[in-house]
Design a protein around this ligand. Structure first.
Ligand code: ATP
Ligand code: MG
Length: 435
């Protein structure tokens, strides 16, 4: 196959036959976020490179290895967003959203770009749903954010997904931890990968997140952050757990979770499953109290999470969760003859105005082929109009599922007559007619 008909490696098409799955989960996510008072934000697909260097962090895998960065013709360095938090935070500051009153709560559905080794659950273009709250210092908000994720999983019917939480403390208490880690990893220099050797100097906590097998093994026995966090951070973490308990949300404390992005402080969490192979984290998030200040704003305690939609759909498939297929065409009108074609064109227009899905032939097919097509697209009803029917002022409608037939008048009473039968069969899934 030539390059003209081949997609770029690591990117996927979402085809019309599958898109309903995406629309279904996206709809649930949006409704859930909105029920918590979050509003959607849409930011550009690219940003100034420095925004990600500064917020995601210079020593992270994302910045060191994974970004799609290029110079524009004007000589600016631009990067395709590898995640959604940085762009949302930039927009929050640029448009002074804090003037609308704190907390500011936004959610997003977007594509992300990371130059990674493409495999199941790991793509170069992928989709994230995420939520961000700016100006919420109370640990209650951490629990609330986690509730939103748990609700989404529940509504989608997903089981066996475990919430793992940890606290990585504040900037201050992390100093001691960082030096303890440094001391520990110094003793294991010989097994660390070159990237981790440079991290050892600049950001030893990043070593805990390395995917290299040898580094991972050493990291398992490293001192854990919970032994080092200050009493204030420890109290906050206890409060998060209390509110998770109140909300009946199960969790495990996993002191090895540090997240792959530099901006996190205090609470971090992941939702992990063992049903989709190696890429087992479906959702990750936490608190990033320092980020807004780092980007030039006032100190603004904030938090958020992002969920990978590809991985989420993989979990649903692995757990055999069926997503309802949309209803498709309500009425297919097959016409034979010039007058019948004109009549059907007009009726189809009116059905659509009444918010029904109606279709007719635009290919030039004969009657049999039109009926075959109506069957293929899953039309609920079909109707055949010939020129004779126009003279007789009535036509026959067939319920494609049951095979039952009934006549409808082709004049002003057509709509009422068809709707009556339609309601009798599909009343509950009826889209509201506008007339
Ligand atoms: P991982 O450890 O699997 O690389 P990450 O820590 O890099 O994940 P985040 O930056 O926290 O991931 O992104 C949040 C979520 O986005 C992940 O939990 C995952 O579901 C999804 N995600 C991240 N990278 C990819 C990717 N390359 N392809 C598909 N989904 C991804
Ligand atoms: Mg990653």
């Amino acid at each position: 196959m030539g390059v003209l008909t081949k997609k770029v490696k690591g990117a996927e098409d979402i085809l019309p036959r599958d898109v309903y799955k995406w629309q279904f989960v996206e709809d649930i996510m949006k409704k859930e976020a909105e029920s918590f008072g979050f509003k959607e934000i849409r930011t550009p697909v690219f940003e100034h490179t420095v925004l990600f260097n500064r917020s995601v962090g210079e020593t992270t895998d994302v910045v060191q290895k994974e970004m799609y960065t290029f110079d524009t013709k004007g000589g600016e360095s631009i990067t395709l967003r590898p995640e959604g938090t940085a762009g949302a935070a930039r927009a929050y500051l640029e448009h002074a959203l804090y003037n609308d009153g704190l907390p500011v709560k936004v959610y997003y559905l977007l594509t992300c770009y990371r130059y990674e080794k493409a495999q199941a659950g790991r793509q170069r273009e992928f989709h994230q749903f995420g939520m961000e709250t700016y100006g919420a210092p109370d640990p209650k908000s951490d629990a609330e954010m986690i509730c939103a994720v748990a609700n989404i999983f529940n509504r989608l019917g997903i089981n066996n997904i475990n919430l793992e939480i940890n606290s990585i403390g504040c900037k201050n208490c992390r100093k001691d931890y960082t030096s303890a880690l440094k001391g520990y990893f110094e003793k294991h220099r010989d097994v660390l990968c070159p990237t981790c050797l440079s991290r050892l100097e600049r950001n030893p906590m990043r070593i805990l997140d390395c995917k290299n097998e040898a580094c991972h093994e050493v990291a398992k026995k490293a001192p854990t952050v919970l032994e080092y966090i200050c009493s204030d951070c420890s109290e906050k973490f206890e409060k998060v757990k209390t509110f998770l308990d109140i909300a009946d949300i199960d969790y495990t404390v996993n002191p090895t979770i540090v997240r792959g992005l530099d901006y996190y402080t205090n609470t971090v969490f992941e939702f992990v499953t063992d049903c989709i192979g190696a890429q087992s984290t479906v959702c990750g998030g936490g608190r990033y109290d320092g980020l807004i200040e780092e980007l030039g704003g006032q100190p603004t305690p904030s938090l958020g999470f992002a969920m990978g939609i590809e991985r989420l759909l993989m979990v649903m498939e692995a757990q055999g969760i069926e997503i309802p297929k949309p209803s498709g065409c309500d009425l297919y009108i097959a016409a034979l003859g010039e007058d019948a074609e004109k009549k059907s064109f007009r009726l189809i227009k009116e059905l659509r105005e009444a918010s029904l899905t109606a279709e007719g032939d635009i290919v030039g097919r004969g009657l049999r082929a039109q009926m075959k097509y109506a069957d293929k697209i899953g039309a609920k009803f079909s109707m055949v109009i010939g020129d004779d029917d126009i003279t007789a002022n009535k036509a026959s409608v067939k319920n494609m599922e049951t095979g039952d037939k009934f006549d409808v008048p082709l004049d002003d009473r057509f709509f009422e007559s068809f709707i009556e039968k339609y309601m009798a069969n599909y009343g509950r899934s009826m889209k509201m007619p506008t007339q």
